[in-house]
Design a protein around this ligand. Structure first.
Ligand code: GRF
Length: 189
């Protein structure tokens, strides 16, 4: 099967993007990273990707209508031949129009065991609720926030006295294992 061309959208440090890119180095990988794009021109992950020789694109949405901003991202992705898109700490909501144009071809990693704790502050909410486990989920992106089909999850025990930060760190380590594996399975199906 030819390697699929994956685009990645980031806003910050991009550790999940790095995990995806590390796996793409394997000649047997199901995908190549065709483009890393960001709404933050100074995102740390963007500099890392450029250093690795991965094509990058940055477009700040400041001072322009959202439709225009997303059109620029969309054009960059299509120009790079992107077939499927992984969100990796991309901190903006995609418009319904954008989601419709990429229907079924966008995945996201979310730091909770969906359908629990959509949105922000997931780890603090899991601890406060007295849950035995936190975790992360990879899901298809739809118009509903964190609401599409779940493709895979990893569970992480919540320890006595856990803080949101400590739990976030342990979940993040699992995110880095889960995301590349699920993306590869998804692109091969
Ligand atoms: C991760 O916790 C991910 O689950 C969430 O945003 C964070 C991104 O971290 N969507 P990074 O930029 O991949 O390091």
């Amino acid at each position: 099967m030819p390697r699929r061309r994956l685009g990645i959208l980031i806003s910050g440090r991009g550790s999940n993007m790095m995990a995806l890119a590390e796996v793409a180095r394997d000649p047997a990988s199901a995908y190549d990273i065709a483009l890393v794009a960001s709404d933050k021109p100074d995102a740390a992950g963007l500099a890392w990707a450029a250093e690795q020789g991965i094509p990058t694109f940055a477009q700040s949405p400041k001072g322009m209508p959202k439709a225009e901003y997303e059109a620029a991202i969309d054009t960059a992705l299509r120009d790079a031949g992107v077939e499927a898109l992984a969100l990796a700490g991309y901190m903006r909501l995609l418009t319904d129009d954008f989601v419709a144009r990429w229907r079924g071809r966008i995945v996201n990693i979310h730091p909770s065991l969906l359908p629990k704790y959509k949105g922000l502050d997931t780890h603090a909410r899991a601890i406060e609720a007295g849950d035995s486990h936190g975790g992360c989920s990879v899901h298809i992106v739809t118009e509903e926030l964190d609401g599409g089909e779940v493709l895979g999850q990893a569970r992480v025990p919540i320890l006595p006295g856990d803080t949101a930060e400590a739990l976030a760190q342990r979940v993040l380590a699992e995110e880095h294992r889960l995301y590349p594996r699920i993306v590869a399975e998804w692109l091969s199906r």
